[in-house]
Design a protein around this ligand. Structure first.
Ligand code: TMP
Ligand code: ASP
Length: 234
């Protein structure tokens, strides 16, 4: 049995014989509200491994450096081992969730420009929102890393927004994590899935993401399947 290096809410990370590579295993566990709500989404691990692999392939083809090397099995991917920078980088194109509440607008308000938010990745503190100064002042990331993350984030948002629009999906918002690889280079890590992105049908604004679980809207598995169908045509 390979040594488990880390277990998060949705994934496990295992060591491999290569010190610079890990295997990421996707679970069916679903949580919301910092783990207060718990459940299972059937085959979510299989679907999210497929969806992340799809997005990382697309981003790689567009020049974005990321951690994924290859999908190994239904639930497992081989990835570069990174040192995760403890920032949750949230990009928003349309107001929803916590932003709609904070700013007192209806969900669906189209932002005049994309917003990038940083949260300090710390479950005990509830992932508080911070800014560039906090990131540097607390040694979470250097100025150069923050600038690189922002530049990559805007590029990734453009690539994904355009691609998803062609598949009749609105990229409302999404969360990313970055890490540094063995050479110290900042690369995209973690996952991009309906767990970590709000995806709405272009015509109806029907939610095709984890808000269906968070808000007990039903048809959760169907929504994830629909995302795969639109991405891959299968
Ligand atoms: P929010 O509206 O709750 O701040 O969420 C913004 C986006 O970030 C949404 O697509 C869901 C995603 N997200 C995560 O992936 N993990 C989290 O812990 C939170 C709070 C949000
Ligand atoms: N993933 C986070 C949690 O488990 C929050 C969320 O996605 O809503 O609490």
């Amino acid at each position: 049995m390979a040594e488990m290096l880390y277990e998060g809410k949705a994934k496990k990370v295992f060591a491999t014989e290569n010190p610079n590579e890990v295997v990421i295993y996707y679970k069916d566990d679903a949580t919301a509200f910092n783990g207060l709500k718990k459940g299972t989404i059937m085959d979510k691990g299989i679907m999210n491994n497929t969806i992340t692999t799809f997005f990382f392939d697309l981003l790689g083809k567009n020049g974005i450096p990321h951690h994924q090397i290859k999908k190994l099995s239904e639930r497992e991917s081989l990835c570069k081992k990174v040192h995760i920078i403890p920032l949750e980088v949230v990009t928003r194109n349309i107001a929803a969730g916590s932003l709609a509440k904070k700013m007192g607008v209806e969900e669906g308000y189209v932002l005049k420009k994309p917003i990038i938010e940083f949260c300090y990745k710390n479950d005990d503190l509830g992932d508080p929102m911070i800014n560039d100064d906090y990131a540097e002042a607390f040694g979470i990331a250097t100025d150069a890393q923050v600038q690189e993350i922002k530049a990559l984030t805007l590029k990734i948002n453009d690539i994904l927004k355009k691609f998803l629009a062609e598949r009749k999906i609105r990229l409302v918002d999404f969360k990313m994590e970055f890490g540094t690889d063995a050479d110290g280079k900042v690369i995209l890590a973690d996952e991009i899935t309906p767990d970590t992105a709000r995806l709405w049908d272009w015509d109806t604004n029907e939610k095709l993401d984890k808000d269906r679980f968070r808000r007990d809207l039903g048809n959760v598995e169907e929504a994830y399947h629909e995302v795969i169908r639109r991405l891959t045509g299968k």
